[in-house]
Design a protein around this ligand. Structure first.
Ligand SMILES: Nc1ncnc2c1ncn2[C@@H]1O[C@H](COP(=O)(O)OP(=O)(O)OP(=O)(O)O)[C@@H](O)[C@H]1O
Length: 257
């Protein structure tokens, strides 16, 4: 099963080419250019079940923001709205001042593929590709030739201390190593924003701390903003800004810095 350009798995049930139902009600205003990503009045319901209520959030270039909250509070739903994966029921989301509502399906797919990176709890690597090929995937999807893409992948793997694993397949490395590969893949194309949903949630605490540090150090060194969803307050403590979510309501906790 070789991945096609439009079928890169981004997580359970998600693909890079997926999702943009017609008829959403996002406003087309593009006034906020001071933040790389901004959201106002975002709401999402699944049928009659509200999951996100009137969420406001702004992410600066290179900022690491964390959202904590209990299971079912709406964190993932909000993350997927902000990543252009799920269209909100109401509200406005914009990237670099460009409202998602003004982008067509192809443009929003390109945004997710080229300007965003994704990390999920279980890595979501493609089992039939090597570690190096998995890491190079965003560059290949963006049209880069194989050799420079693999060279760039090897450099990122080296920065994460796992260059020696590059010829192996995901089944041949540990959980922590898999998650480092997922981090490498999310950052290899130097995206503007990485969306990370419980990126270390499947790891033991020592491994989780190490992987998280490497992830955030690498993101910060290349100016990539990170929006991090986590249950774990110690993970959130590494962020520049923090939000909490309860019953679909997002609230900032503490000042940035
Ligand atoms: N596809 C769906 N269809 C219907 N309801 C859903 C769907 N996905 C999530 N929900 C509901 O929306 C609410 C928010 O779910 P969400 O997954 O966003 O929460 P979460 O805070 O990320 O939870 P967790 O920490 O357990 O991942 C929950 O009540 C959940 O049951």
């Amino acid at each position: 099963m070789t991945p096609s350009v439009t079928e890169i798995p981004l997580g359970p049930g998600l693909t890079a080419g997926a999702l943009r139902p017609p008829g959403d009600t996002i406003s087309t205003s593009t006034s906020d250019t001071s933040h790389i990503l901004s959201a106002s009045g975002v709401e999402l319901s699944y049928g009659s079940t509200p999951a996100v209520r009137d969420a406001h959030l702004a992410l600066a270039r290179g900022e690491v923001a964390a959202i904590t909250g209990a299971s079912g509070s709406g964190k993932s739903s909000l993350l997927y709205c902000l990543a252009g994966v799920l269209p909100p029921s109401r509200g406005r989301i914009s990237f670099e001042g460009q409202a998602y509502a003004d982008l067509d399906d192809e443009e929003i797919s390109a945004l997710r593929r080229e300007r965003f990176g994704f990390v999920f709890q279980y890595g979501e690597l493609l089992p039939e590709l090597t570690i190096e090929e998995n890491t190079a995937l965003p560059l290949r999807l963006a049209g880069q030739r194989k050799r420079p893409a693999l060279t760039a992948a090897a450099e990122v793997l080296d920065r994460l201390g796992i260059a020696d694993l590059r010829e192996r397949r995901p089944s041949q490395v540990s959980g922590g190593q898999n998650q480092r590969v997922a981090v490498a893949r999310a950052l290899v194309h130097k995206p503007a924003v990485v969306f990370a949903d419980e990126p270390t949630g499947a790891l033991d605490s020592a491994n989780a701390g190490a992987v998280l540090k490497e992830f955030l150090d690498l993101a910060r060194s290349q100016g990539t903003a990170v929006l991090l969803v986590t249950h774990d307050a110690t993970v959130a403590a590494r962020a520049d800004s923090r939000y909490t979510m309860a019953d679909g309501v997002l609230a900032p906790i503490g000042a940035a810095g």
